[in-house]
Design a protein around this ligand. Structure first.
Ligand code: BGC
Length: 338
């Protein structure tokens, strides 16, 4: 009898051990699966084990991107995220892509960047997402890629309101030259297309030239100079990236043509506001770079926690003129280099 009890004891013990070890194996397998499924109830990190996100801008030291960085850093600080800001010194698609690939290889928790061209950026974004690293696009979307969310301007709409503002301010008559950051980047193409569509029905508006600045003031100025030499009939300029109107304004002043030349640009960097105040630049399209950075980090944390996020969030865009100055203090245009 005593021998039977002893045997039953061993059987029961073995069953308990078996169930415990099977449960542990299932638990471990679930943890591994969950880690590899961002956005599906996945990684909840503790304070000491913070998320590591990377923000890759078009150009590292560009004043516009410094504002995006500032917003992203503010959200990172609030949420205990380790944020890295790395990008090309000067806008360069190959380098941009190389930096994205390097970030993906170092297995970060999320990457935020632009979708500058469909041909180059869609495959690299998809490749990153296939490695279970979520991507949020900012400023310029890659709508056909596997990115989880886009946060930024509706670039076609922004171009459209620029066109309507020019048509109104010039009373439907102008010979326009466009200087764009890039002829191939999708946000710049959308800003040009929106503008063209907005002035299409105006018989008195002609687009005389379109040139590329590679998002630098110097090249915007160079191109504006050549345009004014070659097409003296130009009496309006449209600059589609943050530094274009600044370069154009310098040249227009050099030619002493401030009185007879209308300029509409993009963004509210301090130099743009200065020329707007002076009257050399007449209007500018406001974007919200700080908000883009701030919301991108918040959205990425939500994605990592498995929360639903909207696929597209358009930040505010509007046209302002001299009479709208001074702008109320805003984190979107106060550039401070630390
Ligand atoms: C655009 C950015 C661009 C910057 C260049 C901004 O208007 O939204 O994509 O990098 O201009 O200065």
């Amino acid at each position: 009898m005593r021998r039977t009890w002893w045997k039953w004891g061993i059987y029961a013990g073995s069953i308990v051990a078996l169930v415990a070890s099977a449960s542990f194996t299932i638990y471990c397998a679930w943890k591994v699966y969950a880690y590899h499924q961002p956005g599906e109830g996945a990684t909840v990190k503790t304070e000491n084990n913070e998320y590591h996100f990377v923000l890759v801008p078009e150009e590292l030291d560009n004043d516009y991107w410094r504002l995006v960085e500032k917003g992203a850093k503010a959200a990172a600080k609030e949420l205990g995220v380790n944020l890295e800001y790395v990008g090309p010194r000067q806008a360069n698609i190959d380098e941009h892509i190389h930096i994205l690939e390097k970030a993906a290889a170092s297995k970060v928790d999320g990457i935020m960047t632009q979708g500058l061209t469909e041909k180059e950026f869609t495959p690299v974004i998809n490749h990153i997402v296939e490695k279970n690293i979520p991507v949020v696009t900012i400023d310029t979307d890659a709508p056909t890629s596997k990115r989880t969310a886009y946060i930024g301007t509706d670039n076609y709409y922004a171009g459209f309101i620029a066109g309507r503002a020019l048509a109104e301010d010039m009373h439907g008559k102008a010979n326009v030259a466009i200087i764009t950051g890039s002829l191939t980047a999708s946000h710049q193409q959308l800003r040009v297309q929106g503008f063209k569509d907005a002035v299409k029905q105006e018989k008195g508006i002609r687009i005389v030239a379109i040139e590329e600045s590679h998002i630098t003031r110097v090249q915007a100025a160079e191109k504006a100079y050549n345009i004014l030499k070659k097409h003296p009939e130009v009496n309006a300029f449209y600059g589609t990236s943050a530094l274009d109107a600044i370069g154009i304004a310098k040249v227009v002043e050099q030619f002493h043509r401030e009185k007879g030349t209308y300029i509409i640009g993009f963004d509210t960097l301090p130099e743009t506001i200065h020329y707007l105040q002076k009257g050399t630049i007449h209007a500018t399209v406001v974007q919200e770079p700080y908000e883009m950075g701030y919301r991108a980090v918040k959205t990425m944390v939500d994605i990592r926690k498995g929360n639903d996020v909207p696929s597209v969030t358009n930040t505010e865009t509007k046209v302002i003129r001299k009479q709208d100055l001074p702008l109320r203090p805003s984190r979107n245009y106060e550039v401070k280099h630390d």
